[in-house]
Design a binder for this molecule. Structure first.
Ligand code: NAP
Length: 258
């Protein structure tokens, strides 16, 4: 099958902006890309954690900001440009996770989750798309989740935000790829990070952040559109999502014991 994006074969000197990189998958991705020779700007709210990550690397820069704050984006974008000279690829990974049953809904959590996980990406995209179109090149990567594939227990908020990103990324790809802008949809399964530390259930296929980063880098290098991992668990959930509803819901009840 042909690659859906131009494969990234050489990271040396590539300018990558990672939004949501003070811990977990984003921090591991920063380490992996720096080791491969990329220049990386790491962003998140916790400046101390970002500085600790960036400090040993001459080509790592820190731009701390709150991606949930619309006013903060223009300055963060300008500072990132100033730090690296230009931007080749941006990875949107800042998110919040409020595992919630349908009967426990807190509208404040709903609003904050959509504002950061979804509207936060639109905010970034609204700066990056005109910039990349002007350059005639660039890459946008959205970290969603395999929880986007089908309704799952306690994912009434989080899963819906990630499903929105799955749809958004497809339209971005459809419209921007012909104009020279690569678009990647990253759908991780369970990864052992501060985000999943709150989970009180078994997490099949649980990966370390470094393994997740390796899978993401491999996806960029193959030129995938969707970068899905781990292969077994994520593939199985994808397959389940295609089943007729009358089979899918009973199967999911059986698997999740809920
Ligand atoms: N772990 C998993 O199993 C899993 C599975 C599927 C998808 N994902 C997705 O992977 C991405 C990374 O998650 P993770 O698991 O690595 O969790 P994590 O370690 O908690 O990372 C979340 C990152 O987002 C940043 N962030 C949160 N709120 C922010 C805000 N308002 N402004 C700027 N940055 C903000 C956090 O930094 P600060 O707190 O310093 O701001 C942190 O760097 C998320 O999009 C998540 O939904 C994770």
């Amino acid at each position: 099958m042909r690659a859906l994006n131009p494969p990234i074969k050489n990271w040396a000197g590539k300018r990558v902006w990672l939004v949501g990189a003070s811990s977990g998958i984003g921090a591991a991705l920063a380490q992996a890309l720096l080791a491969a020779g990329a220049w990386v700007t790491v962003s998140a709210r916790r400046q101390e954690a970002l500085l600790e990550l960036a400090q040993p690397h001459p080509h790592a820069h820190v731009v701390a900001f709150d991606a949930g704050d619309a006013q903060a984006w223009p300055e963060a974008f300008e500072r990132t440009l100033a730090a690296m000279g230009h931007i080749d690829l941006v990875v949107f990974g800042a998110a919040r996770y409020d595992p919630t049953h349908s009967w426990e809904l807190d509208l404040d959590q709903v609003q904050k989750s959509f504002d950061l996980n979804v509207v936060g990406v639109y905010r970034g995209v609204s700066h990056l798309v005109p910039y990349f179109l002007k350059r005639g090149q660039g890459g946008l990567a959205v970290i969603a989740s395999i929880s986007a594939y089908t309704g799952l227990p306690k994912a009434v908020i989080y899963g819906a935000t990630k499903a929105a990103l799955n749809n958004m990324a497809q339209t971005l790809y459809f419209e921007l790829e012909p104009k020279g802008v690569s678009v990647y949809l990253i759908n991780p399964g369970f990864v052992e990070t501060p985000m999943t530390a709150v989970n009180d259930f078994e997490m099949p296929g649980l990966m370390k952040p470094a393994e997740a980063a390796k899978a993401i880098v491999a996806g960029f290098e193959r030129g995938d559109f969707e970068i899905r991992f781990p292969r077994g668990f994520a593939g199985a959930l994808r397959w389940i999502s295609f089943l007729p509803d009358c089979w899918r819901f009973p199967l999911l009840h059986k698997i999740t014991k809920l």
